[in-house]
Design a binder for this molecule. Structure first.
Ligand code: PEP
Ligand code: MG
Length: 534
């Protein structure tokens, strides 16, 4: 923390961009009170009822949410039906513990396990368990879930659980600052999707903020400023003014083709991480889909079969109305584990069996995906993209599998087409030797390219500042890839987060890129940044 004439600046990490001037209000969770215990039989009955009641509350809340919010709540409802989770709670009740204590003891143990887990996925799910713990506990203790009655703009809390986040009226609250949390948690995903500024990792925020006070939530820079000085407020007012003007300009450009100040056309595609968001994006705003992260289709731990996958890919091609659709083969591993598919206990999952490396040792999974992709390619310009490619032999091996799949489909008389094959350039070895790869297109994955070039794990907030997209080594690798693509006569785009950050657009255009794939919510702002270039 830095302190100047009463102003205190707390440094955290941006989880959802934005800038808010208002009042910071501490949210302190209420202490738990214990119930008096009945007989084990009575306590069991109380627990069964409380779980059913909590489940009803979640269903009701889910009905008022969009699909993303509803899905998070459904995950919690599923936990309430998970016998492996509940059996130890009932066993604890049998030993004579009151239902609330039994529930808390078991769920707290699970939360610790999730929190201390090796991977981000489970750490992020710990929030869901915490959320659920408190919901069932409130029912057991005869309380409805506490309403947050805050008279302020910026919520400062130790953490915010997903259902608590969804219950809040975000037309009243304008941002949140959390002591814990991570940019990959569910709450961060929800905040980004709703455009609510969020800063996480402000360790001593609650100790510092004893009572409500004027504050600035500068999520853009990952900071909470308590008691801002007049000078700070003046600087922030200038930035707010500029942001407002930019938003208006971005809105006016969103339906137009992107072009630089000199009139040079830049293609703007979108990243379709969750194909369902496309329902809200007019296709005319973009030049196609530049990245579909198919691992998100597998988020419930089950691999959809080839038919189900085909239907998802078909819907993407149909949505794009003739524009190109790039679908990436499974990039499981690293920070995206899939139980039963990825390898447990790797010493460093980011440097292990991830992306195409894993696909090539589980060829049946890859073949099923290639089959679905080749079928959907009959409906429009679908292109296959291979993640985490390091050496040309990996592309050759995927192409051989695709050839086998195409022969099978032909023999079966199933409608299909040969999709183009391209690769992510996200491993420095591939960026430095791009011309060795026989592909139809490249797409630069700046998230991983930065991580592997700067040796900074992308899920470690302690090295976030060092993982700098402006590092000249990163820009040099991007520039070399673009130049190699031009010599080879193949298309090149960039689909990592760098392309969605308007401030990085000049650097990317300087590197020669003229095709960017961005988050749907950023299309307007990226087009504006392109318009200002040159
Ligand atoms: C990237 O690495 O930039 C990328 C787009 O892939 P992911 O973020 O899914 O690893
Ligand atoms: Mg990547």
């Amino acid at each position: 923390m830095t302190e100047t004439s009463g102003e205190r600046i707390l440094e955290g990490v941006c989880a959802a961009d934005g800038l808010v001037v208002g009042r910071a209000v501490p949210l302190v969770s209420s202490a738990h009170v214990h119930r008096a215990a009945g007989s084990p039989g009575e306590e069991r009955g109380v627990l069964v009822q409380a779980i059913a009641h909590a489940s009803e509350q979640l269903d009701k809340l889910a009905q008022s949410q969009d699909e993303m919010g509803a899905e998070i709540l459904e995950f919690q409802t599923a936990l309430l039906e998970d016998e492996d989770l509940l059996a130890p709670v009932y066993a604890a009740v049998e030993t004579g513990l009151p239902a609330d204590q039994a529930w808390m003891r078991v769920i707290d143990g699970e939360i610790v396990e999730y929190r201390e887990g090796e991977d981000d996925y489970f750490r992020a799910r710990a929030d869901d368990l915490l959320d659920l713990r408190d919901r069932v506990l409130s029912v057991l203790q005869g309380k409805e879930p506490a309403r947050i009655e805050l008279d302020g703009d910026i919520i400062v809390a130790r953490d915010l659980t997903p259902s608590r986040f969804l219950e809040l009226d975000w037309s009243v609250y304008r941002g949140a600052a959390l002591c814990g949390g991570s940019p990959t948690s569910h709450v961060a995903i929800l905040a980004r999707a709703r455009g609510i500024p969020l800063v996480v990792g402000l360790e001593d925020a609650l100790e510092t903020l004893q009572e409500a006070c004027p504050a600035v939530l500068d999520a853009e820079s990952g900071r909470l400023i308590l008691g801002p000085t007049p000078g700070t407020l003046e600087e922030i007012a200038g930035r707010l003014h500029a942001r407002k003007a930019d938003d208006a300009a971005a809105r006016s450009l969103i339906g137009e083709a992107a072009a630089t100040a000199r009139g040079e056309h830049v293609e703007i595609l979108i990243n379709a991480d969750d194909p369902r968001v496309l329902a809200e994006v007019p296709v005319a705003q973009c030049d196609g889909i530049g990245l579909t992260r198919t691992e998100f289709l597998f988020s419930d731990g089950m691999l959809p079969d080839a038919q189900k996958q085909y239907e998802v890919y078909r819907d993407l091609v149909t949505w794009a109305e003739g524009r190109p659709v790039i679908i990436r083969t499974l990039d499981a591993g690293g920070d995206k584990p899939i139980p039963g598919v990825t390898v447990d206990d790797e010493s460093n999952p980011f440097l292990g069996l991830r992306g195409v490396r894993l696909s090539l040792i589980t060829p049946e999974v890859l073949k099923q995906q290639l089959r679905a992709l080749a079928r959907a390619a009959a409906l429009g310009p679908l292109k296959i993209m291979i993640p985490m490619v390091t050496v040309p032999e990996e592309v050759d091996a995927v192409r051989a599998l695709l050839n086998a799949v195409l022969s099978e489909l032909a023999a079966e008389g199933v409608a299909h087409a040969r999709p183009q094959i391209g690769m992510m350039v996200e491993v420095p070895a591939a960026a430095l030797t791009a011309e060795r790869f026989k592909v139809d297109f490249f797409s630069i994955g700046s998230n991983d390219l930065i991580q592997y070039t700067t040796a900074c794990a992308r899920d470690n907030p302690a090295v976030t500042r060092l993982a700098n997209p402006k590092n000249p080594a990163v820009l040099e690798l991007i520039r070399r890839t673009v130049e190699a693509a031009a010599r080879m006569g193949v298309e090149v785009s960039l689909c990592g987060d760098m392309a969605s950050d308007p401030e990085r657009i000049p650097d990317l255009l300087d590197c020669g890129l003229r095709r960017l794939s961005v988050a749907p919510a950023q299309v307007g702002r990226v087009k504006l940044a392109v318009r200002r270039y040159g």
